[in-house]
Design a protein around this ligand. Structure first.
Ligand code: BMP
Length: 236
């Protein structure tokens, strides 16, 4: 498989489609059309354990989609690597938790680099309970991400201050941000706070016309990006 980096897909779209329950997107042509309009597709356990999983993954691979495997890995390196070995023929990127610590992440990263697969670390989460434990350690996780030079991090649109923190500490590493749409944050809000991509699931998969919805979101992102660029030019 040719190595693809998510950062090289920023001109295509700023949407990472979360395909937890594909709904209408089980239809091959629709899924192919949508794969052509988003930067990447995130798949996780709900999809991989479903009956349609292999058809959907084949469609995505045939469409040349960037496939991000989100099993939120959080285990000993041996088990994380075994898990990836089962899917590495078709994935371009992998998400793991950061709380497993530097040493385990470094071992996972070494394996992924050999296979030209990108690694993204969860540094904070979107749901309310995230404030109880994980989000209070976000800064430490971001430092680990920077130190190890992973491709990027996952930071929540529902707690945008975590996106700002990650952007300030990470320079130009990629920030992926879930929480837009079904979880309450507005489309484009994460990008305004410094994220590169918005991870969006149900807003698209449960919409009346998912392709129209993807195009609508792409247009919102474009208009935000062009106003951010013109503001930037004003001050530079
Ligand atoms: P939705 O847009 O339907 O809420 O989906 C959000 C997606 O982002 C889900 O696939 C979920 O696993 C992921 N996600 C999240 O919602 N919060 C996080 O903190 C981290 C995630 O990866």
């Amino acid at each position: 498989m040719v190595a693809v980096r998510l950062k090289d897909l920023k001109n295509k779209s700023r949407i990472i489609l979360a395909l937890d329950d594909p709904g209408k997107l089980k239809e091959k042509k629709l899924l192919t059309n949508i794969a052509n309009e988003v930067a990447g597709v995130k798949i996780g356990l709900p999809l991989v354990l479903s009956r349609e999983s292999s058809d959907i993954i084949n469609t995505l691979s045939d469409a040349g989609a960037y496939i991000l495997a989100d099993f939120k890995l959080a285990d000993i390196p041996y088990v994380m690597i075994k898990t990836i070995e089962g899917i590495m023929d078709y994935v371009n990127g992998v998400i793991s938790h950061a709380f497993i610590g530097r040493e385990a992440i470094a071992q996972l990263l070494e394996f992924l680099r050999k296979h030209e697969i990108e690694l993204f670390l969860v540094v904070a989460m979107t749901h309310k309970g995230a404030e109880e434990f994980i989000n209070s350690l976000a800064e430490k996780f971001i430092h680990i991400a920077r130190e190890l030079g992973v491709s990027g991090v996952v930071a929540p649109a529902t707690f945008p201050e975590k996106i700002c923190l990650a952007r300030n500490l990470l320079g130009d590493a990629i920030i992926l941000s879930p929480g837009v749409g079904a979880q309450g944050a507005e489309v484009g809000s994460a990008i305004k706070h410094g994220a590169d991509f918005e991870i969006i699931g149900r807003l698209i998969t449960e919409s009346e016309n998912p392709l129209v919805e993807v195009n609508r979101i792409n247009r919102i992102h474009l208009s935000i990006l062009s106003s951010l660029n013109s503001n930037y030019r004003k001050f530079s």
